[in-house]
Design a protein around this ligand. Structure first.
Ligand code: SF4
Ligand code: SF4
Length: 370
C-alpha cells in the first residue's frame, strides 16, 4: 500500500498522505524526479523524505519510491475534486432530508469500481463519499479500499450510526479518511431519536462517536438545526466544545432533490440565516458530483442535465463546463430580476426552491423587508 501520493494539481503538484488533510506543494522538476524514481528502482528523494517526516512524522529515507509513492497521471480536464453518493438509502428517516424518498439503488460492486476508475482518470484527487448513509452500503468497504488504492484522498460524510460496529471502525482505523464529518441531530436521546425517527439512534451514535475518537479519526461535526431540536442548539454546541471537535451549523432547510417541499415545515423560522451573496462557484469546472448510477452533474443541487459516466466514460465530462455555465444563467423564476447581482443563492438552488413553491423568505431577497 502506498504511503504518499504525488499528483499534478492546478499547474503545480502536491504530495498527499492518505488519511491526512495536509499537503506539500512541489514544482514540476521535483514532480518529474519523483515520477522517474517511482517508475524505476530509485529511492524516495531525500528532500521528499525530509518533508514527509516533518509534515506527517513518517520515515521514507532510503526506501524505494516504487510502492511507497503512488504517482497520479494528470486528468484531461481541470477536475480535482468530486463528491459521490454511493447510494441514496439511509437508516434514518429525518423529515428535513433533502434526498426526500431514499431508495437503495444504483451501480453494483463492479460498476462502483469502474466509476471510481473513471473518476481517477478524470483527475479526481479529493473524493467525498456520501449518501444516503455511505457506511450502510454493502459495497462500501470494497469501494472505499478501491478509491484508496487508486490514489484518492477520501473524506466521508456520515450520520455515524455504524461507527460502533467493529468491522466498520476497523476499516476506518486501518485506512483513515482525511476527514470524517458527522451530522448531529440533537444533544439528548429524546430529541435525537425524534429528529431521526429511529429509537436508540442517539445511543448508537454516541457509542460510535466515542469509539471513533478513541481510534484517533479526524472528526468534525455538522450540527443540523431544525424546528424539533432548535431548543438544544446551545447543548449541541457545548457537546462539540466538550469533545474538542470543530463544528459548523446548518439551519437552512432545502427542498428535496425531487423538487418537492415536504422538508420545508421542519425549518426553524428563527434559525433561518441569511446566506452571503453568491459570488460564483466552480461547480462543473473543477469539481463534479456523481450519483449512485454514475451520473455526473455539476453538484448535488444542480442535478440536471447530467452525464452518464458509465456510458460515456471520462470523455463525457468535457460537456460539464458548458452545462455549468448554462445552469448559472438567471432564467426561469429569476428572469430579469433586478436583485440578481446581490442574490444570496445560486441559480440551481433558487430553481430548487421555486420548483417546490417554497416561501420566498426561505431563499429570495424579494421577500426581505428593506
Ligand atoms: S448549489 Fe450552487 S453554490 Fe452550491 S455547488 Fe451547486 S451551483 Fe455551486
Ligand atoms: S433575488 Fe430571488 S428572484 Fe432574484 S435572482 Fe435571487 S432568487 Fe432569483
Amino acid at each position: 500500500m502506498h504511503v504518499v501520493i504525488a499528483a499534478p494539481f492546478g499547474g503545480t503538484s502536491v504530495i498527499l498522505r492518505p488519511g491526512s488533510p495536509k499537503a506539500i506543494k512541489v514544482g514540476g522538476a521535483r514532480f518529474a524526479e519523483i515520477r522517474t524514481a517511482a517508475a524505476g528502482d530509485g529511492p524516495v528523494p531525500d528532500w521528499l523524505a525530509d518533508a514527509a517526516a516533518t509534515q506527517w512524522g513518517i520515515a521514507l529515507h532510503d526506501r524505494p519510491a516504487a510502492g511507497n509513492v503512488l504517482v497520479r497521471a494528470p486528468g484531461p480536464y481541470r477536475f480535482s475534486r468530486a463528491t459521490w453518493e454511493i447510494n441514496l438509502g439511509c437508516d434514518y428517516d429525518c423529515e428535513m432530508c433533502y434526498l426526500g424518498k431514499k431508495r437503495f439503488e444504483g451501480l453494483d460492486r463492479e460498476g462502483k469500481r469502474r466509476l471510481l476508475r473513471t473518476m481517477r482518470d478524470a483527475g479526481v484527487i479529493w473524493l467525498q463519499i456520501t449518501g444516503g448513509e455511505p457506511l450502510i452500503d454493502p459495497d462500501f468497504s470494497d469501494a472505499y479500499e478501491h478509491a484508496h488504492e487508486l490514489g484518492m484522498v477520501i473524506e466521508l460524510l456520515s450520520n455515524g450510526s455504524r461507527l460502533h460496529n467493529e468491522r466498520v471502525l476497523g476499516l476506518l482505523t486501518e485506512r483513515p479518511p482525511s476527514k470524517l464529518t458527522l451530522s448531529v441531530y440533537g444533544a439528548s436521546a429524546e430529541t435525537y431519536d425524534a429528529v431521526t425517527r429511529r429509537r436508540g439512534a442517539f445511543n448508537r451514535f454516541t457509542e460510535g462517536l466515542h469509539k471513533a475518537l478513541d481510534a484517533g479519526l479526524n472528526i468534525d461535526l455538522s450540527l443540523i438545526l431544525v424546528r424539533r431540536n432548535a431548543h438544544e442548539q446551545e447543548a449541541m454546541r457545548a457537546w462539540a466544545n466538550e469533545l474538542g471537535l470543530p463544528y459548523r451549523e446548518y439551519a437552512n432547510i432545502s427542498p428535496t432533490i425531487h423538487g418537492t417541499d415536504e422538508t420545508l415545515p421542519s425549518q426553524s423560522p428563527e434559525h433561518l440565516t441569511q446566506r452571503a451573496p453568491f459570488r460564483g462557484c466552480p461547480a462543473g469546472h473543477t469539481f463534479f458530483h456523481a450519483d449512485p448510477f454514475g451520473r455526473a452533474s455539476i453538484c448535488k443541487v444542480g442535478r440536471e442535465p447530467n452525464i452518464d459516466l458509465v456510458a460515456e466514460d471520462v470523455q463525457g465530462l468535457a460537456r460539464l463546463g458548458g452545462i455549468a455555465d448554462s445552469l448559472m444563467l438567471r432564467t426561469g423564476g429569476c428572469t430579469g430580476c433586478t436583485l440578481s447581482g446581490s442574490c444570496r443563492v445560486c441559480r440551481p438552488m433558487a430553481k430548487a426552491f421555486q420548483e417546490a413553491k417554497a416561501p420566498l423568505k426561505n431563499y429570495c431577497q424579494h421577500d426581505e423587508s428593506r
